[in-house]
Design a protein around this ligand. Sequence first.
Ligand code: SF4
Length: 579
Amino acid sequence: MFLPTTQAEVRERGWQRLDIILVTGDSYIDSPHIGAAVIGRVLSKAGYRVGIIAQPDIRSDSDILRLGSPRLFWGITAGSVDSMVANYTALGKRRQKDDYTPGGENNRRPDRAVIAYANLIRRHAKSTAPIVLGGIEASLRRISHYDFWANCIRRSILFDARADILVYGMGEQTVLALAAALDEQTDWRPLRGLCYIAPQPITDYLMLPAHPTVASDPRAFTQMFHAFYRNNDPVSASGLCQQQDTRWLVQNPPAFPPTTEELDAVYELPYTHAQHPFYETQGSVRALDTIRFALTTHRGCYGECHFCAIAVHQGRRVYGRSEASLIREARRMTAHPQFKGIISDLGGPTANMYGYECARKLEKGACPQKRCLYPKVCPHLPVDHGHLRRLMQKIRRIPGIRKIFVASGLRPDLIFADQKLGDAYLEDLIRHHVSGQLKIAPEHSEPHVLARMGKPAIEACTLFRQRFYQITHAAGLNQFLSYYLMAAYPGCTQKDMQRLRHYTRTKLQAAPEQIQIFTPTPCTYGALMYHTEQDPFDGTPLFVEKDRRKKLRQKEEILPGRAPGKAFRKKARPRKKRS
Ligand code: SF4
C-alpha cells in the first residue's frame, strides 16, 4: 500500500491529521531507489502518519494544501537530482525530458525546487509546522557553494529557503531522531546530520570563513571547501559554523552510517516498486524502467572523483547490505507480475566496492590528507571481490532469474589491485553479467586532466579493455565495451581532446558517443576549480574553458565522423534540384 497523497486516502485510514508531509520534485515513485519514498517508509514504519505530495503546482495552493498542515514537520526535497541539473544541460539549454515526471515531459519541477516549495508552504500555510530540507539539492547546497547557473557563490540554501532545519546525507537515522525530538518536544539541535540557523556560533565547532568573504575571495573559498570536505567523516568530523549574514549556519557532525541490519531493514520495507496511481493516471515515469528490478548492494564510494558529489553526500565509507537481504529481495522480485527474469543492476555508486573496507578508516575516520584510490589504490584498502562473486553466484541460482546485469559503474583499478580474486571476478562479470555492452568511465586519457579529476592513470582502462575482449572472445559472446568521456573539465584544452581522440581511436579502437560536457555541480572539487581557475591543492593557475561554443567544440572533437584537428561539421543535406 502506498503512503497517502490525497485527502481521501488519509480518511480511508481513519486519520484526522498527518504527522509529517513530504514534498518532492519527483513523481511519487514508491521504490528504495527514491529518497522521498525511503524517508516516508522509514517514518511510517516508526509509527508516524506520513503523506507525500509530489511535484505540487507552485502557482496555487491546490496541491500544497490538499493534505492539510502536518503536526510535526514538512519535509522538502527537490527529488533525486538537483533541480538545476534536472532542468538544464551543461550548455544551459532547457531539458525537454524528465525521467521522474509522469509522461516524461520536463514541465513539473521548478528551478531551485527546494526554495520554490519552501516559499509555497510559507505563502499558503501560515503559522505552520517547521520546514525541514533534505535530499541531494539541499544536502550539497548546505554551506556557501558555487552555483554554476547563477555563476556566483550562493549562501546556504537553508537561508535562501527560509527553512528551519536541514538534514544532510542519506538521512534515515537523523530524520527519525528529529521526528522523535519534535514529537516529544525535546532539543533537536545536538542531533548528528543536521544543519540549522543560530544567532551565535557554537564555541567548540570549527569556524569556516564567513559567506561574504568566500563570495569575494577565491582563496578563502578554497580554504573553506577543504575544511568542509575534511570534516565529513562521522568518526573524526568537527561540527562547523559559518557566518552567513548576521546569523550563523551550524552544521553538526555527520550521522553514523546505518548498521548492516538497519540498512537491510530500510531496503526491505514494503515498497510497491510502482508510481502512485494518482500520478500514474497522468502518465508513466521512465525512471521505473531502470530501477524497478535493480538491487542496491551498498552506499558510499572510495573513489572521490572530483566531478562527483557522492563522497560528500553518501560518504567515503562504503557500507553494505547483507547477502541474505539481497537474496530475499531478488526472490521477491521473481514474484512480481512484471518481472521477466532480468535484474537490471546489481550495484551501488560503484559496482565493485561491495564487501570490504579499510580498518583504519573504520577506527579513526577517512585519512584527511590521503585518498583511498588516488593516485593508486591504497595498500590499506583490503580489496576483495570474493563477497561480490559469491553474491552474484547465489543470485544467478535463484529459480526465475535468467540474467543479472551490472549497470553501475566499475573501477578497473580495484579489479587489478585484487591479486587473488580480481581476475575471477572479471571472468564472472564478463561471462554472466553483461547486457550486450558494458559501460566503463575512463573520462579522459591525459594525465594532467585525470589528476585534476582525481582519476587513476589510463593504463588500467587499456588493460581492462584487453581482458574484456579476451574473455568475451574465449566465451564466444557478442558483446562490447562503451566508454564515458568528459569534455571541458578544468585544465582540459582542445589539444587534450585531440589526444583523447587519438587514444580512443588507437588504444580503444572505438569512436565513443557518450561524451558529457562537464557540469560544475555544488560541493565538488571540480566546481571549486571551475570557479577559482586554480588547482586547489597547489594553487597553480588552471585553464578553464568557459565559452559555450568552445565547450561544444571539445565534445565534438571526439564524436564519430569528425576529422582530427578540424572543426566538426554536420554532413550537408543534398539540395533538391530546382526544376
Ligand atoms: S588508510 Fe588508505 S584506504 Fe584507509 S582511509 Fe586512509 S587512504 Fe583510505
